[in-house]
Ligand binder design. Structure first.
Ligand SMILES: [Zn+2]
Length: 378
């Protein structure tokens, strides 16, 4: 007996279960109900407390006879709909050729497409797992990393993982991601001594020191980029003194910067470098950094080749292998095995009237099935 899944029907059911990040509950019920009849063993657990949680995570595994374990990773949480939708963001509607709803492309549509692909793949071909979190759009503290610990405790380690984020740009199939840049935010705080501008010898103005620090940082070239990555980039994002008085030397001056970096760099070393520059100017300067994720690269190889083949077979397009864009949960998963990302076109993600072409949902399901067959049987 086979249990076919229509990716449009499942995408609609997932959209109809509102799941603004962090997500728990109904949307996971929908996915579990779709996967269980396919022979998947579904485990769900809830982690974390407010405000970053609670977060629900789902791990679904279907053991196959073949030696390969293929993992598909994604998220069922969505960003808030915002005001101004033509219809209700959580009432999925097909108008013309498009399915509208929050999460249609990012990324309930892709999860529905993968479930349909798994339904159309013989169970004995090999092991398939779905690694699905409710905390990707939020701080991602209790999401994919918690799932990875859970898998580790079960002794489960996929041989390769496909992340279903919307990576296509103009047309389904034109881009996949083989890596992502890392991201770090850094705060600089230069202390001074407050005083009257007419008595500068009794005060210590932090502003010239901060300006010197920023000027020194501005001269830094981190690298020239690599074959697969654009150059790492330092971007100042804020300068703040907050001094409302024209006759007061302020007590402190602060600045913030954001670095998007390639695999030539590491977050901690970047923070140390900024700290060194700041301390050279003012030994009292305080520097605090927060790493959102390290850069990673899955060099072009078997996994990217088989995904590209499956894309080409269904669309006639040879996808560009890219490392552009923001971070994704692939930054955690690449610690397990080779990871690439491929999914729907991203033009409407996070926007009002997010929508996916119904045809793309069906084509994506066919591509994902092609990926599974190549990965499990070749
Ligand atoms: Zn996403």
């Amino acid at each position: 007996m086979t249990h076919g899944i229509d990716p449009l029907d499942l995408a609609k059911a997932l959209i109809a279960a509102p799941s603004v990040t962090p997500a728990t509950g109904a949307v996971f019920d929908v996915l579990e109900a779709a996967l269980t009849p396919l022979g998947f063993t579904v485990e769900r657990f809830i982690d974390g407390i407010e405000p970053d949680g609670p977060v629900e995570n789902l791990l679904a595994v279907r053991k196959g006879a073949g030696p390969v374990h293929f993992g598909f990773a994604g998220h069922l949480d969505v960003v808030p709909p915002g005001v101004g939708w033509t219809g209700d963001a959580f009432d999925p509607q097909v108008r013309g050729e498009l399915l509208y709803g929050r999460g249609a492309v990012d990324m309930k549509g892709a999860i529905a497409a993968f479930a349909a692909a798994a339904a159309a793949t013989p169970a004995e071909a090999g092991t398939i797992s779905l690694i699905v979190t409710g905390d990707e759009e939020g701080p991602a503290i209790f999401g994919t990393r918690a799932l990875m610990e859970h898998m580790d405790a079960r002794g489960l380690r996929p041989d390769m993982i496909l992340v279903g984020e919307p990576t296509s740009v103009q047309r389904l199939g034109d881009m996949m991601k083989i890596g992502r840049r890392g991201s770090v935010n850094i705060w600089i705080d230069v202390p001074g001594t407050q005083g009257h501008v007419a008595y500068p010898h009794l005060a210590d103005n932090p502003i010239p020191k901060l300006v010197k620090i920023l000027a020194a940082i501005d001269t830094v070239t981190l690298d020239e980029g690599t074959e697969w990555f654009q150059p790492s980039n330092i971007e100042f994002t804020d300068i703040e003194v907050g001094n409302g008085a024209h006759n007061v030397i302020p007590a402190s001056a602060r600045a913030r910067l954001s670095i998007r970096f390639n695999d030539q760099q590491q977050g901690a070393a970047l923070i140390e470098m900024i700290e060194r520059i700041a301390r050279d100017v003012d030994p009292g300067a305080k520097v605090v950094g927060k790493i959102s994720g390290e850069a990673f690269l899955t060099p072009p190889g078997d996994l990217s080749a088989l995904v590209a083949e499956a894309i080409h077979a269904e669309t006639d397009i040879v996808p560009e292998l890219s490392t552009t864009g923001g971070t994704s949960d692939a930054r955690f998963l690449h610690a397990l095995c080779p990871v690439v990302e491929f999914g729907l076109t991203n033009a409407t993600m996070h926007k009002l009237d997010e929508a996916v072409a119904v045809e793309d949902l069906r084509t994506l399901a066919a591509i994902y099935r092609g990926v599974l067959m190549r990965a499990l049987l070749d």
